[in-house]
Write a protein that binds this ligand. Structure first.
Ligand code: PLP
Length: 435
């Protein structure tokens, strides 16, 4: 018989630190989802991370499937990456001048990512996406863009748009402080719905600079695209003279060695990157066709800059991370582990009578407390989020750290072992029985 008793989890110190933080930092955090608002309870305060594990300030150990929201694909504090970082620190942590490391990482990106002929490094995924938007507009001389409901492209004004469910609509800002003018040129469509995209192009002839999307959605929970949808976007953008941009901040070097675009066999004109490419250091990048990237200053007239861009610590961490990921069998390993995990979680849900659906691609996964199938944000929004909150807490009590929201993806690392996965599945069976 399954135990329905929750194991004791002492989080006294975490709660004290979080309480103090609320006087110092807005909401006690430096990025909103960390505050656990959508799952309830106080966040866990980390003391250190290593390999597949996170250790909190109360001495609890968790198997971690957040991985710093994606970057920790080789495992936290990977020995090889750390060695390179330590060696670099003695040579200086910031140059503000060209360094050869930028060429080295740039060449690796160009070699691996089908769409990228030139690349510009910056400091976050947000910066990468807002710069990509600027270059889409500069290159086409058009202002409008199409994004998809439930896709996140960082927190720059033009992307903070929620569309009415399933309706083709002009964007309205999601957040106070975003002027209506900043989102007036942002059009929103339903993910996996090519007809809506075509209708937007037909309604705005010659005005749409491009289309940006997550080629596998992670920011509404895990949602896979239909291959025909991606192919259709490619054809439509080509026909309309618009730029197709894959936001691979999350999927880049996680889904496949050549990112999601290689996995799906659909090549965009522009790609944004972040997370994995910095190996745990703050970094972002955007790249694409040479004639588009030639617009970027100082090669061209489109201004974009950064004091810390191309930072040597970020470059060495990125280079070593991509080296590790370039070794044979790594994506097969991620896929195998992740498949085992998600199948085990879904089985645990069904065994205990819950409506669940989900999936994975390589080292990215997710599931929803709903029957499914989930093809877009509106489908995802049918999930039982209160049940998710209970599941999240129950898994924490079991020593498993999952993203604290139904609408976030999970991430596997190369440091996770089959024993970790099996322990997590056993924990999932107990947690699903309790909620
Ligand atoms: N684009 C996608 C697809 C993301 O998942 C994220 C962050 O989660 C971003 C952009 C923004 O990146 P950052 O948080 O580094 O600014």
């Amino acid at each position: 018989a399954q135990s329905v008793q929750a194991p004791a989890l002492n989080t006294t110190r975490s709660s004290e630190i979080f309480k103090a933080a609320q006087d110092i930092l807005p909401g006690g955090v430096n990025s909103p989802v960390r505050a656990f608002k959508s799952v309830g309870g106080n966040p866990i305060v980390f003391e250190r991370v290593k390999d597949a594990y996170a250790f909190d300030v109360d001495g609890n150990k968790y198997v971690d499937y957040v991985g710093s929201w994606g970057p920790a694909i080789c495992g936290h504090a990977n020995d090889r990456v750390n060695e390179k970082l330590k060696a670099q620190i003695d040579k200086g942590t910031s140059f503000g001048a060209p360094c050869e490391l930028e060429n080295a990482l740039g060449e690796m990106v160009i070699e691996r990512v089908p769409s990228v002929e030139m690349v510009r490094f910056c400091n976050s995924g947000t910066e990468a996406c807002l710069s990509a938007l600027r270059v889409m507009r500069a290159y086409t001389g058009r202002d409008m863009i199409i994004k998809f409901e439930g896709c996140y492209h960082g927190h720059a004004d033009p992307f903070l748009v929620k569309a009415g469910s399933g309706v083709i609509t002009l964007g309205l800002p999601d957040s106070p402080g975003v002027p209506a003018a900043a989102t007036a040129t942002t059009l929103c469509a339903t993910y996996n719905n090519l007809d809506e995209v075509k209708a937007l192009f037909a309604a705005n002839p010659g005005k749409i600079a491009g289309v940006i999307l997550e080629p596998v959605v992670g920011n509404s929970g895990f949602i896979a695209p239909d291959k025909e949808f991606l192919q259709g976007l490619r054809e439509t953008c080509t026909k309309e003279g618009a730029v197709l941009c894959f936001d691979e901040v999350m999927t880049g070097f996680r889904i496949a060695k050549g990112c999601a675009q290689e996995y799906w066999g659909v090549t965009p004109d522009l790609t944004t990157m972040g997370k994995v490419i910095g190996g745990g250091m703050p970094v972002g990048a955007y790249g694409g066709k040479r004639e588009i990237m030639d617009m970027v200053a100082p090669a061209g007239p489109m201004y974009q800059a950064g004091t810390l861009s191309g930072n040597p610590l970020a470059m060495v961490a990125g280079i070593e991370t991509l080296k590790i990921l370039g070794e044979p069998g790594q994506y097969e390993k991620l896929d195998k582990l992740t498949k085992r995990l998600i199948e085990g979680i879904l089985k645990a849900g069904k065994d205990n009578g819950h409506a669940v659906c989900g999936g994975h691609i390589s080292g990215m996964f997710g599931f929803f407390f709903t029957e499914g199938p989930v093809k877009n944000f509106a489908d995802a929004a049918k999930s039982d989020t209160e049940k998710f909150g209970r599941w999240h807490r129950a898994m924490l009590e079991e020593g498993v750290y999952l993203a604290p929201s139904q609408y976030e993806a999970g991430f596997m690392s190369l440091a996770h072992t089959e024993a970790d996965i099996d322990a997590t599945i056993a924990a999932a069976q107990r947690a699903m029985a309790r909620i």
